[in-house]
Write a protein that binds this ligand. Sequence first.
Ligand code: ADQ
Length: 481
Amino acid sequence: MAETQSRLVAVSNRVGPLSDEGQAGGLVVGLSDALKRHGGLWFGWSGETSAEGTQSREKTEVQENVEMTTIDLTEEELKGFYLDYANRSLWPLLHYRLDLAEFDRASDRIYRNVNHRFAVRLMPHLREGDLVWVHDYHFFYMGSELRQAGYKGRLGYFLHIPFCSPEVFSALPASHDIVRAMLAYDLVGFQTERDRRNFVNFCTGELGGEELDEERLRVGDRTVITRAFPIGIDAEAYARFAVSPEAGEHEEMLRDISRRRGAPEGEEGGRKLIVGVDRMDYSKGLLERFYGFERLLEDYPENRGNAIFLQVAPLSRSEVDAYADLRHQLEHTAGHLNGRFATLDWTPLQMMTRGFTRKALAGIYRAARVCLVTPLRDGMNLVAKEFVAAQDPDDPGVLVLSRFAGALAELKGGCITVNPYNTDDVAAALQKGLTMPLEERKRRWQVMREAVFTGTAQHWCQTFLDRLEASHDEAGGTGGK
Ligand code: ADQ
């Protein structure tokens, strides 16, 4: 595939870092891999607040071949745009949690205004021939704002999280405005075909749109291309991380803590390790996962004293009540489970909220016999792919993956698929993973490895940008800035 020549301008809420600083968050990981390869401008929020907010002076930092330019938010913008509208309205809605979604017109207004301000601030940076690529649910209106500000060049959008079914999406007071605004993009990308289908069904069912072919959709006088582009990881780099000294140190540490007292080194003396790695978010199904592990210890008692579950769950969005509540529930449940099953020399469930570098995480994945990835909904889930890339080919671990993760479409040939709401199912999958013979582990891992090393971050970026380059005329744009 030819490398795209045009400059890439990426817009996302969080910008950088490009380096490995133990950042938790799939978008940053996926996009920084892509930008480093492609070069260009990355524009977004500085992560800071100031009295001037979106009117503040720009901060620019150049790292490698990427220029990162950011502006601030005011405290009011941070609350209305980010905490309230993005994370109290849109995030739960798009993850099918209407019970947690709150809608109010003040945050709706601020969200629209912040999108407008970011578009106004980006305009002077745009050059003829640029490919502008807007990311995620923070910037649904950005494309139409750029068009209103006079931008006529190529404009793409990618949604990292699920697009829920039209019945659920239509509960959002601004649902029509948002989807109409998304039609200003030339290309709208989703993680999976399921998400794309939901979007198309909303357009046809609610807005009188018409599907012209497999990709093109017409609503009124707008024609837009929609397509699934499953995001990936830099698999080669991840596999290298996994054999770095830092990874080795972490792998070794875990083997030490899972060694039975007085037992010899090696497989015979070790307890089997299950790991989970997720931002602490209700969409990740952490509580249900703890219940699944508890059921494993109840129903398959041979695991008592012999299995350890390590859940790495860095805190996320702690200012939002639902996240603070989740933390309490998890701590309570972990405490209850350990109180019930622990012995003097065995703590079955260990939860930690700290971040790790990517190399350290790779070592943790490599030490695990089973990785438990059981979101209740997930756009893709990069952890599942990282786990696969980090495995030792001679002794690979087993992936237990939720049927509601976007990653299932690519990994279903090798993982054990579970319904995360079904505690018995999770326990049985864990038991199967813990007892799976080496030959079967290798066979399943090969299938997943193939998918992870084919559908990489680079492939995701390149296929999106190639499609965007070609899309403008088809989507009815006029070219140039
Ligand atoms: P997230 O919801 O953040 O991403 P995910 O795709 O799993 O979910 O990515 C999480 C990233 O954070 C992974 O790269 C992981 O290694 C990293 N991480 C997790 N815990 C960490 C820790 N303790 N220390 C350091 N790093 C940690 C959103 C969507 C997903 C979608 C991605 C990318 O919700 O569905 O896959 O964007 O599009």
